[in-house]
Design a protein around this ligand. Sequence first.
Ligand code: EPZ
Length: 420
Amino acid sequence: MDYLQLQGSQSLKGKIKISGAKNASLPLIAMTILANNNVKICNLPHVADINTLLKLLTNLGASCDRTNDSIYVDTSKLNETKATYDIVKTMRASILVLGPLLARFGHCEVSLPGGCAIGQRPVDLHLKALEQMGANIEIKNGYIEATAPNGLKGCDIVFDKITVTGTANIVMAAALAHGKTTITNAAREPEVVQLCKVLNESGIKIQGIGTAFLSVRGTAGKLIDIVNFSVIPDRIEAGTYLCAGAITNSKLTITNTDPSHLGAVIAKLEEMGFCINSTKNTITINPTKTIKPVKIVTREYPAFPTDMQAQFMALATQANGVSIIEERLFENRFMHVSELQRMGADISLNGHTATINGKSKLSATDVMATDLRASSALVLAALVATGETNIHRIYHLDRGYDSLEKKLEGVGAKIKRLKE
Ligand code: EPZ
């Protein structure tokens, strides 16, 4: 297994180019199951989760022809509708094939994704909505067995909770349903917006894009000629590198990004004392004399994203004063706390709330990544810790960060990828 070795207390300088968004790429790749044509996708990030989903589609009979960061996905020869446990267990977002497979074939079996380090991650809202659309759903031996022999029927769905992949699944199912589907309490994340925009540009009438109320007019089972498109930049990758600039008190420019996707994150960095300058597709963070403490509550978009919670906790260890971070979306998304404490951070937990007493002097040690965003928090902490930090189990990091060590090395970080 690989591990990362970082020399701390380096300041950074220069520019980092952001890759395509992992969480936009996943539903967009699943969407090709609805296609009548060979779909060209540009700006796909080179991350493990994308490879996993492409492998799943290939197992179902699709062909994926990838050159650099674009790919052609041809699902015309799909001949399998079972997403097996061996793949789904490695990436729970595989649940995104459920809606499209059921809408296209009228039946499918998808392994229940099960939980992960950050929480239970149920999919009950996905299943309840598909049942409302006329599907028969049974859970057998750990698999979701879904059938809709006469196709799915448009109807009015109200999500009890905002669910990102739940909204994506139902939008894709609705695209091939009979009649109109409305979704109330839909997710408004930019990744969901791009899925809706691509479907809309491909002829599926979708109204309310970007709002919590969507309506989708289906094709009654007719496959879609999907337009070629380029994946939006990854806002969480961009936010992570802004935190790298912040925690090392460096001037850093992030390019190929969309500042409008990072409003809540930029606002929090400014609250902490950083001066941020943005253009249409770049964001520059400038050093500050002292970092102010911050209060953060994670919420659905456009509020502060849970996927940036761990990174801001690492940054808060360098603030002068007491910061409070409340995690409202997942029940166990504080796995990074114990590793940060081992590096010298002064953090106490009370249920879903973490209190971070800064400023702590962090010292290098061996630490272990537990989940994708926790690993990026450890990288940030290692950038300021005194000495040499080794971060183990970085396969978590490789799931969602494209060439992280190369990008950080390019702005002056002393970081190496080594073999255990
Ligand atoms: C997406 O996960 C993202 N993953 C996550 O990013 C992100 O943290 C999350 O949205 C929240 O923004 C992808 O897009 C691939 P949810 P998702 O359904 O869709 C509960 C990362 O680091 N819920 O919006 O699985 C759920 O338990 C990953 O890139 C139900 O109760 O999240 C959670 O408390 C981690 N029943 C809340 O809703 C359901 O059927 C939000 O979950 C579905 C969800």
